[in-house]
Design a protein around this ligand. Structure first.
Ligand code: ZN
Length: 279
């Protein structure tokens, strides 16, 4: 293998490291949730629903808009609870896309807009998006990936992730997923009418769920209480004063990419000069 190839491999590895950072509920979770809520009313728009469900992560990449610090903090250790609890850009974005859906006349574009709204709304209910300073790789990503895998299998599940940072267990079961769908469905009806069957109306959101999920559940009921006001004041993300984990990981990923890229260039030039001298 030549140094040229090694340089190229370095660049590929750097790129892989950079793009492998994920930022929210697993895409399988987002797609399943959107299908469950929207397919029955927009059965001819499956591909648009799938696309909309992951568009904020895949296409918009506006990762500073995917958190919600106003729903309560699911961490036992309060040092991981955000100080700025008035920052919920996820629900602000959801409201924007619900308004778009409401005004849209083309059926499948409407379905796409609703699906995008489900993404932001679901992110707002993600316990990992309600805390700061958690270990992304060993806690945040593991939790979301495990849930995504379980949801995709379509069988009853109950997963637990024991984190060191913060030091606590996060659990999520099939019942929690159903509750999440109810919470998202309810939020969709608040600012724009979404045709719902009676079965999808929110049940008692204050049902206690074991371990850390009880805090998730409490956050859900809190959200239902606070989001009942139809004129929710949009709040702008306060990233500068409170960088969230996604921003930090993006910066670390970029720095790593630049570093490996420079090393690759250096190796390539060094070999080129050395090769000339040998001749
Ligand atoms: Zn997201």
């Amino acid at each position: 293998m030549s140094f040229h190839n090694i340089s190229f491999a370095c660049i590929l590895v750097a790129l892989f490291l950079f793009v492998s950072i994920s930022f929210a509920w697993d895409w399988d979770t987002h797609r399943q949730l959107a299908r469950d809520l929207l397919l029955k009313d927009y059965s001819g728009c499956a591909s648009q629903i799938d696309a909309g469900a992951v568009a904020p992560d895949k296409d918009f990449k506006d990762f500073t808009n995917h958190h919600c610090y106003s729903l309560g903090c699911p961490a036992d250790d309060k040092s991981f609870c955000p100080k700025n609890t008035n920052s919920c850009p996820a629900l602000t974005q959801a409201a924007i896309w619900l308004a778009r859906a409401k005004n849209e006349t083309a059926t499948c574009t409407k379905a796409y807009d609703f699906s995008v709204a489900t993404h932001y709304t679901a992110d707002a209910f993600d316990p990992m998006h309600q805390i700061t300073g958690e270990d992304y790789d060993k806690c945040h990503a593991v939790y979301e990936d495990k849930i995504g895998t379980a949801v995709k299998k379509g069988k009853p599940f109950n997963i637990s992730v024991i984190c060191e940072t913060p030091s606590q267990m996060f659990s999520f079961s099939q019942a929690d997923f159903v509750q999440l769908e109810r919470d998202v469905a309810k939020n969709l009806t608040l600012t724009a009418p979404l045709p719902l069957t009676p079965g999808t109306q929110p049940a008692n959101a204050s049902v206690a769920i074991a371990t850390a999920s009880s805090q998730y559940s409490a956050a859900s009921s809190q959200a239902n209480a606070t989001d009942d006001s139809p004129s929710r004041t949009p709040v702008s993300p306060n990233v500068a004063s409170q960088p969230n984990d996604t921003v930090i990981f993006a910066i670390v990923g970029l720095a790593l990419f630049i570093f490996i890229f420079l090393v690759a260039i250096f190796m390539f030039v060094w070999l080129f000069v050395l090769g000339k001298k040998k001749k």
